[in-house]
Design a protein around this ligand. Sequence first.
Ligand code: HEC
Ligand code: HEC
Ligand code: HEC
Ligand code: HEC
Ligand code: HEC
Length: 500
Amino acid sequence: MFGRYLNFVRGVATNWWGRLGVILTTSSFVCMVVMELARLVGLITSSYAGLVSYMVFPALFILGLLLIPIGWRRLRKQTGKSSRELRESKFGKEFGVASFGGSRLFRTVAVLSVVNIVFLLIVSSRMFAFMDTAEFCGTACHSVMNPEWVTYQQSPHARVDCVQCHVGEGAEALVDSKLNGLWQIASVTFDLLERPIPTPVHQLRPARQTCEKCHWPDKFYGHRLKTITRYGHDSASIRLYTTLSLKVDAGTIQRRGGIHWHIAQENEVRYASVEDKREKIIWAEVLRPDGSYHRYTSTDDAAIGRDALSVRTMDCVDCHNRATHIYELPDRAIDDRIQKGVLDRSLPFLKREALHAVSAGYVSREAAMEGIANHIHGFYQRHYPDLARSRVMTLDSVITVLQGIYNRNIHPGMKIEWRTYPSHIGHVGEGGCFRCHNPRMVDENRSAISSDCALCHSMLSNGHDDPFQYLRPADTLSPDYQMHLYLQQEFMTSSKSNGP
Ligand code: HEC
Ligand code: HEC
Ligand code: HEC
Ligand code: HEC
Ligand code: HEC
């Protein structure tokens, strides 16, 4: 068998083309098998190796197969002999003699073709499976995907594969995504990619086919108590709590009032925005039970008279646009690290100085690393020289943590700065929920989409050292007495009506 193969190989390796073809096919085949074995026993784990064994080698293998017939044709042209004459001179007469099941040559070619096809099928199915792993998506085009990979690994979805949100199920999705993937590989190779990668992402599958495979709107979420911890800019970096009871639940037609109302089965909210960013809204409308739409139009100068560039039905990602690729704001990142205990609040003015250190504009990553260290050392050496000497280790660890915050959120190579990808959950400035929930979004009766502070959350504390400030008995002498009572009662009644 092997001898026959060698004989055959010698026959097809006629000229330069044929020889190159044989070398490519054979060597890439052997390499792929060896790498696959190494991967199976765990010797190879890098996704670059996957890229080579599932993409480069198969490509070389196929190229080799193509070169062989090209070589054959060239040979025929050069020698002017017929195929039959050539066959006989190359493989010997007896090789071409017809017998049961065709000539030996024919059988060799047939067997090799079947082997090739089976082999390519196995490789391509392995390749597709490999291309669906988060490691591949996150690290194969390292320079480009690194920001998404970094943020993904620290997100609630770190165990969900990229393709479950980006591709969804079904053949159409698969083909779409592979074409898109090829385009991406090409654009990375030829550096055609826009930086930062523009959002919103249009190729995202509808949330019904992705998010709703795991979370569905009619699931009962109830209210969610959330305490946000912040630290002040004073010397003690004082701790302050804001506690919200978020009314997440979709509610029901009879009893409205929940955040997931927008995407409940029977509801539909559509909106049009000025630009593709979906940030400046022109109008938003709600489907009425009679099938008509109730429209609210923006009276903002920036929106009046503008053509609707993109009209969209709201789904999960209109609010959860940062479900996984969560970029932090500098002060929130620092608050988070203090709360986790990795930044030591006993250093005077820690919060204020840490914020200065990370958010100063730096021209490059190297400049930032140096600048952060210089700022922290400089500040404590100038104002607290004793401390700078006695707590060298603490200061070094502060610097490392702050450099970590910078590296997680800022990616100069992809032009990702603070606030490049704002989150739509909540309302920083006029964004997030306040894109629609603001007094300037009015219907024909001039009544606005509600921005009542208790529409979306009860408030149990607002920047106070007591996380349940408003649940305590109200002080009749305080100027906030009325508000205190109102917030307390609002929480009691909204919690009570939560449920049938
Ligand atoms: C839980 C779902 C989910 C998972 C898992 C997920 N993504 Fe995303 N991704 C999104 C959503 C939603 C957006 C859209 C953001 C927008 O349109 O503003 C997005 C946007 C992106 C973008 C555009 C840039 C940006 O930050 O908005 C890239 C690139 C990306 N994802 C890559 C990946 C990679 C690589 C992985 C796996 C390592 C991954 N995603 C995993 C949901 C997900
Ligand atoms: C394959 C299943 C899966 C898919 C698809 C998925 N998620 Fe999740 N999601 C989860 C799991 C599991 C958690 C809980 C993680 C935990 O509690 O640690 C979660 C958590 C969440 C949370 C709560 C995060 C928090 O801070 O507690 C939100 C919001 C969320 N997902 C939104 C989305 C959105 C939006 C999409 C679609 C773009 C999506 N998910 C797609 C599995 C999924
Ligand atoms: C694209 C526009 C738009 C955005 C963005 C938006 N909403 Fe709404 N929301 C609406 C409209 C329209 C209504 C219904 C107004 C009415 O009562 O007719 C509504 C109603 C609500 C209600 C009341 C539901 C009910 O049962 O009556 C809540 C709560 C709510 N939104 C919370 C939020 C939160 C929280 C966010 C941000 C995370 C948000 N919305 C973002 C358009 C929007
Ligand atoms: C109108 C904006 C909006 C839309 C649309 C929306 N959500 Fe949410 N969702 C929120 C807000 C606000 C919260 C509470 C945020 C928090 O806990 O910090 C939330 C919370 C969640 C949670 C966590 C619940 C918990 O109790 O921990 C999940 C999971 C979730 N959403 C999934 C989804 C999915 C899936 C969709 C689409 C079917 C969706 N959301 C649509 C605004 C929205
Ligand atoms: C349309 C819904 C909606 C309305 C109206 C609304 N909020 Fe919020 N608010 C949210 C959501 C959602 C969050 C984000 C919670 C989170 O971080 O997950 C939030 C967060 C907050 C926070 C915490 C911010 C932080 O991170 O420190 C404060 C304070 C707050 N809201 C105050 C208000 C006040 C005051 C009003 C009235 C002017 C108001 N909200 C109106 C939805 C709303």
